[in-house]
Design a protein around this ligand. Sequence first.
Ligand SMILES: Nc1ncnc2c1ncn2[C@@H]1O[C@H](COP(=O)(O)OP(=O)(O)O)[C@@H](O)[C@H]1O
Ligand SMILES: [Mg+2]
Length: 335
Amino acid sequence: MTTQISDKVVLEVKDLYTYFFNRWGTVKAVDGVSFSLRQGETLGIVGESGCGKTMTALSLMRLNPKPASRIIDGQILLDGEDILQRSEKDMREVRGRKISMILQDPQTSLNPVYTIGNQLVEALVHRGELQRDLKLEAEQSLRNVRVAAPRRRLEDFPHQMSGGMKQRVVGAIAMACDPMVIIADEPTTALDVTIQLQYLRLLKDIQAETGMSIIFITHDFGIVARMCDRVVVMYAGRVVEEGPVRGIFNNPSHPYTEALIGSVPKMEERVDRLYQIEGQPPALYDLPVGCRFADRCRYMQDRCLEEYPPYYQVGESQRAACWRLDETWQTNPTS
Ligand SMILES: Nc1ncnc2c1ncn2[C@@H]1O[C@H](COP(=O)(O)OP(=O)(O)O)[C@@H](O)[C@H]1O
Ligand SMILES: [Mg+2]
């Protein structure tokens, strides 16, 4: 099933900065990130471990770890309203109903002492409508994520379920209030690619019914290529390239994107692909002044070490930040 993508922008992130302040200094986890998401669209956020994907997602929910980190600047326009201007009390209404996140680890996001049914009902109560049969709704939300015999499952405790089933239950809880935007962050323990794909397919089936928008966070470009409409490529806290998946796959304009795509192995290979890009990303508390990818880049010029490149518009809706594009493309002053 495919979903119609509308022109309506449901989420617009503008120049978002989320920093950690600790004794080593300032960790620039999210360092000027902008992107937008339309209704019914699936956006991939891709990049190596530690580049700020999860912190970006948590910032969108305003669930970044506090007080260790702070959103220090930017706008997060959700359904036209800047949630950074809302109170913490308002945020409880926003979370779950407008934007929701499936946390990385299903083991820790379910409470072991309550039944699945209880946890679903709690998520539903959050929606605030009291005149309904919550148990029936809980059953329906399990059915939505294709759990067999959902009524019986309501009585189960998390430990009675398989890993894959728990993951679907976590999804059911996140989607219980029918959010406009669902964020699915890849599990930290590198789940099997096949299982990740299966899960994303389930989300996309639900998307076809509800029209929700999906942000899918992964380190795997192969998954993005198969499942997403657009992609944001992150490196060391910044967006280095953004655009339609097809455009980027056919014409990667940032050397980092090129390297990510180049390191996508055939499906049957089971290697941790990103390790094939030589070198390490820079430490986020000690960033170079120039391009953050420079020391790993095969196209590196002097200029790359001196100044961070602007975004160049390289296609209708594709932009990338690399000095190499300077000869051919115009900069995009709006981003
Ligand atoms: N609790 C924390 N304290 C200090 N720094 C942190 C903390 N959590 C994450 N970070 C830093 O934020 C950066 C981005 O982390 P994260 O968003 O989890 O990366 P990703 O999801 O892309 O792997 C990491 O490089 C890490 O150094
Ligand atoms: Mg992460």
